[in-house]
Design a protein around this ligand. Structure first.
Ligand code: UDP
Length: 374
């Protein structure tokens, strides 16, 4: 018990930052390390010529959980951004996610009843639509599938939509109203000062060392603390002994130009022949200030197969990977003095609010355990 710290927290993303905050506030000594030269993991954003750039892709905070919303509002003021992406297919622009305006633009229907009539004609019935393609065909038919989903999904996952679980697309609403909000949640927004400022506030008063790779000096880093909180890749933690978990990675092309490029923060390119999946225009993530900024920064986002050394973004939760992950999870559960958490350590397609919720829960459990032990 002579260690300098109570917790060594590997990774300064939302899991690590939340856990560190909670344990520090409870009186424990934390050291946070990160292999990158900055804090925040993939929510990291940075100001470039007056524009806060989401360096690792669009991050829009949304939750229906009062506790989590109040929690993040302790560290940042959120703006009133509501995600209403558009779809570009060929020369046409459509409202998205699929709503009455989308179906009006596609078919000319003007009321919910007319839209329902048309959908009845085009739906492709399927008894057990458990894959992505069958599910979406059973909801909206082939034309909608081919215009909005097929090309985008194949680019995003480089897999046939028939081989993907329907759960991937069930994240998206389909509405027969003019509501264009991408999310169902009660609260939504983006920190006015950017995510990096939010994470910095979360880590205030906590020792943080960036540019430190846990795996190059594992034993001596572990020895600094009684407990390690690991938020990196679980397969790497165990030396890939059961094989490598698969991910999708992303590649970004950032460009700064004059004016306003697309009049919206996110435009999805669903045509299979356009190589990128979407274009982000960062200034529109801050609607209050966008029109005052004369320049603009746009990011073309490409999806790619993950290889070691690249940034893992999306876990591919198919049967093979799920089985492999379960084996790692058994080891993790038995591990003494190590807590695993976050998208990479739990191999889960977590949203930001879910990561924070999970870190709050695990830190609370840890505090309960300590209270019982003493
Ligand atoms: N999707 C689609 N067309 C779109 C946007 C999304 O078909 O224009 C599908 C695609 O399969 C994607 C899934 O919906 O993987 C989930 O999209 P979401 O926007 O939630 O993905 P994320 O923003 O997390 O990349």
């Amino acid at each position: 018990m002579s260690s300098k710290y109570d917790y060594l927290i590997v990774g300064s993303g939302l899991f690590g930052a939340t856990f560190a905050r909670e344990m520090t506030d409870a009186g424990y000594r934390c050291l946070v390390i990160d292999k990158r030269d900055h804090i925040g993991g993939n929510v990291y954003s940075e100001k470039r010529n007056g524009i806060d750039v989401h360096v690792y892709g669009a991050h829009i905070f949304h939750t229906s959980n009062d506790r989590i919303w109040n929690y993040v509002n302790r560290f940042a003021t959120f703006n009133n951004y509501i995600n209403k992406p558009k779809v570009r297919f060929g020369d046409n622009i459509y409202s998205f996610p699929i709503n009455l305006m989308t179906l009006h633009q596609l078919w000319g229907v003007t009321t919910p009843a007319e839209a329902e009539e048309k959908l009845k004609e085009v739906r492709v019935p399927c008894e057990n639509p458990d894959n992505l393609e069958d599910w979406i065909l059973s909801q909206v038919g082939r034309e909608v599938y081919e215009t909005f989903v097929k090309g985008y999904t194949m680019k995003q996952w480089q897999r046939d939509p028939k081989e993907l679980p329907a759960s991937i697309i069930k994240r998206l609403p389909i509405r027969l109203t003019f509501d264009e909000n991408y999310f169902f949640d009660k609260y939504q927004g983006i920190p006015v000062e950017g995510y990096t400022s939010m994470v910095k506030n979360m880590l205030e008063g906590i020792e943080v060392r960036t540019g430190i790779d846990y795996f190059t000096d594992r034993d001596s880093l572990d020895s600094l603390a009684n407990t390690t909180v690991f938020t990196g890749k679980i397969d790497e933690y165990y030396g890939f002994r059961f094989g490598e978990l698969e991910y999708r990675t992303l590649r970004f092309e950032h460009e700064e130009i004059d004016g306003d490029f697309q009049g919206n923060a996110v435009v999805n390119y669903t045509h299979p022949e356009v190589p990128f999946t979407r274009i982000l225009e960062h200034k529109h993530f801050q609607p209050q200030t966008a029109s005052k900024i004369p320049n603009t920064i746009v990011t073309r986002e490409y999806s790619d197969e993950y290889k070691r050394g690249k940034t893992p973004y999306y876990p591919i939760n198919n049967d093979k990977n799920t089985k492999m992950y379960k084996k790692y999870e058994v080891l993790a559960r038995r591990e003494e003095g190590v807590i695993f958490g976050g998208r990479l350590a739990e191999y889960k397609y977590y949203d930001m609010h879910q990561v924070i919720g999970s870190a709050l829960m695990k830190s609370r459990k840890e505090l309960e355990k300590r209270a019982n032990d003493s």
